[in-house]
Design a protein around this ligand. Structure first.
Ligand code: GRF
Length: 207
């Protein structure tokens, strides 16, 4: 028997997905995971206050504080390893991770993206979907590989684009869906319930 999976949540912004994940863990004794560290690449990320209020340790690694991105990422990964993390959740984390991190948690890094991948990868997915005139966009939760917003898809849900939508109004409805879909997928991973075809994940601590 192993204890709950040890989760790291990586954020860059307001942290509403972090808040939703913490609430879902709180609400479900069978969730199978606990957030042991919240890491941010920005010291002003609002999500850091959410973590602190929940009593979760936080770390900030700003790219600009390191001589190069390689050293930044190694420092971040070292912190996660120090906290004996099983699963890494990217919840609005606006940096690209490389093999420096991926090699430590293969198939155990999950990302939430505000579009129906493979459409509209990148940092402006909501704006790009709106500009393209699609009538349906949505949310994707996927395992992270070495490409940006790419990797085995765990779950997707559509969000209709309304005629008078702005980027803000559409993003707000997308986020409501994110707040359900991300915790549901993280619970699935913590409990070892993977969708067919997805790579295996271990929470037993072997690396
Ligand atoms: C989310 O919409 C996520 O999909 C996108 O950035 C947003 C982060 O929001 N990549 P929050 O920080 O979780 O509130």
């Amino acid at each position: 028997m192993h204890g709950p999976a040890r989760l790291a949540v990586l954020i860059s912004g307001a942290g509403s997905n972090l808040a939703a994940l913490l609430a879902a863990i709180d609400a479900d004794p069978e969730f199978g995971g606990e957030v042991v560290i919240v890491a941010s690449d920005r010291s002003d990320a609002g999500g850091l206050d959410i973590a602190r209020a929940a009593g979760v340790p936080t770390v900030v690694h700003q790219v600009g504080s390191y001589p190069d991105r390689g050293r930044w990422e190694r420092a971040l990964a070292a912190d996660l390893r120090h906290h004996d993390v099983d699963l890494v959740v990217l919840a609005g984390f606006m940096r690209i991770l490389t093999d420096v991190t991926l090699s430590h948690w293969p198939g155990r890094i999950v990302n939430v993206h505000p579009s129906l991948l493979p459409s509209f990868r990148g940092a402006h997915a909501v704006r790009d979907a709106l500009a393209h005139g699609v009538k349906l966009t949505g949310v994707t939760v996927h395992l992270v590989d070495e490409q940006v917003d790419h990797g085995p898809i765990l779950a997707q849900r559509g969000v209709e684009v309304l005629p008078d939508d702005t980027e803000a109004s559409l993003h707000a409805r997308i986020q409501q869906v994110e707040h359900e879909l991300l915790p549901a997928c993280v619970a699935m991973l913590c409990q070892g319930r993977l969708p067919e075809g997805a790579p295996g994940m271990s929470t037993s601590g072997e690396r």
